[in-house]
Ligand binder design. Structure first.
Ligand SMILES: Nc1nc2c(c(=O)[nH]1)N[C@H]1C(S)=C(S)[C@@H](COP(=O)(O)O)O[C@H]1N2
Ligand SMILES: [Mo]
Length: 207
């Protein structure tokens, strides 16, 4: 097939996907897995790494890497959508459901927002009801392999129904909060919620 035929075939597929409602408006399909990180990757040392939950919970908990690996996992297949306009279909992830962590920690009803805290300072905020969905994971495997540093090793959140900046790489803690706390990109002007199907790319600051 010529490059031109290839391009036309792709356009046709994208058009069909948009019409079927699977590809959000303004997005293009990619088969690659682009890397988007602000700044360098975090360094992962399995001997000293911890993940903790704090805030509106009955029990503030912390796991070492070995302990984290013993938590029950689920495997899901989902589509992901980056605000820079690429979408990728049928990505396969494995990790611990956020819901399970909330249960272990005894999430209080006062929790309204979950704030992800990452190594090197990245943060992002998601409403708690979104985090409670079946497909929201603390993911540590992609396509059957442990996450690569570029994709957030050792653990990232995966919130596939929102733009991908809500899926925090190099995750170190989750804060259960009564109040909303816009994160790194939300403070920089991205939309506070980020629904790809409503094209919620930018917030009120307007760019
Ligand atoms: N800690 C951290 N998490 C992050 C980012 C980041 O810069 N730092 N970038 C976000 C953005 S903007 C996107 S699109 C996705 C990209 O994930 P990928 O590099 O695995 O494609 O990670 C999100 N999570
Ligand atoms: Mo992004």
């Amino acid at each position: 097939m010529s490059l031109f035929d290839d391009l036309m075939a792709r356009r046709k597929q994208e058009e069909a996907m948009k019409n079927s409602g699977r590809l959000p408006p303004g997005q293009s399909l990619t088969n690659k897995f682009p890397v988007l990180t602000y700044g360098p990757n975090a360094k992962f040392d399995p001997a000293t790494w911890t993940f903790r939950v704090f805030g509106e919970v009955e029990r503030e908990l912390s796991w070492t890497w070995d302990e984290f690996l013993k938590l029950p996992t689920v495997k899901i297949t989902c589509d992901i959508h980056c605000v820079t306009r690429w979408s990728k279909f049928d990505t396969v992830w494995e990790g611990v459901q956020f819901r399970h962590i909330a249960e272990l920690a005894g999430m209080k009803p006062s929790t309204k927002h979950i704030i992800a805290h990452c190594d090197l300072g990245y943060t992002t905020n998601v409403p708690v009801e979104d985090m409670m969905r079946d497909n929201v994971l603390l993911a540590y495997k992609y396509d059957g392999e442990f996450l690569e540093p570029d994709h957030g090793a050792p653990v990232r959140t995966l919130v596939p129904h929102l733009y991908f900046w809500k899926s925090a790489k190099f995750l170190r803690a989750l804060e259960f909060s009564t109040v909303d706390k816009p994160g790194f990109w939300e403070q920089a002007g991205y939309h506070n919620y980020g629904d790809p199907f409503k094209e919620q790319r930018h917030g009120r600051r307007g760019w």
